[in-house]
Design a protein. Structure first.
Length: 210
């Protein structure tokens, strides 16, 4: 059971993926998989990877186990993690909302895989009239920056150093929309089995693919 679904990629926004398009493959003699199936499988893979990096194995397994019964009172903390909540003057949008950080991670990986496969096929694209061609690398970079912002915030990538002490929390804790790390940091008393010292950070891609 996944937190986000293929519906996240059918809306008219920057997460949109044309579901009717065949997923490209490097071997032109092979039958391309259906994009709907490819995205569903990608959601499962990427979501698991991101959540394991953030929550650790124990908390990840607990979250997955309670998803079918997320509305039960004993699962309230997980429900808030998934669906979002307002607290202490802040708004945590949740893992499931329309512009979920998980959805950004999935589309980023989808475009990255497409770019790799299309390189194997060889594609010539005409520039549209009155339009500007944008390399997939630029879109991947933009998605990466947004994902990193919502997942960890820049306070993790650039910690504040006080003499011999490194503060990974930083000033973003006071902002109105915390990152996933910021939310878990604020709610660390509720998630005692999550070791934030092991929270895995991501380095954003740039437009050069680095």
């Amino acid at each position: 059971m996944s937190i986000i679904t293929i519906e996240h990629f059918k809306q008219a926004n920057n997460l949109y993926i044309p579901i009717a398009t065949d997923f490209p493959v490097a071997n032109t003699s092979a039958t391309p998989p259906n994009v709907s199936d490819a995205i569903t499988n990608l959601i499962t893979k990427v979501e698991k990877n991101v959540l394991l990096n953030a929550l650790g194995l124990s908390a990840y397994n607990e979250l997955i186990s309670v998803l079918p019964d997320i509305d039960e009172p004993e699962n309230e903390k997980w429900k808030k993690l998934v669906e979002g909540e307002e607290y202490d003057g802040k708004l945590w949008n949740g893992l499931q909302w329309e512009f979920s950080l998980l959805a950004y991670a999935v589309k980023m990986e989808f475009l990255f895989l497409n770019a790799q496969n299309l390189q194997g096929i060889g594609v010539v694209e005409a520039q549209p009239q009155n339009g500007v061609f944008m390399s997939p690398q630029f879109e991947i970079a933009n998605l990466s920056v947004k994902f990193v912002e919502m997942y960890q915030g820049d306070f993790l990538y650039h910690p504040i150093v006080y003499d011999d002490f490194i503060d990974w929390a930083g000033s973003r804790q006071s902002e109105t929309e915390p990152s996933l790390y910021g939310y878990l940091y604020d709610k660390r008393a509720d998630f005692e089995n999550i070791d934030l010292n092991k929270f895995q950070i991501y380095k954003p891609f740039n437009s050069f693919g680095l």
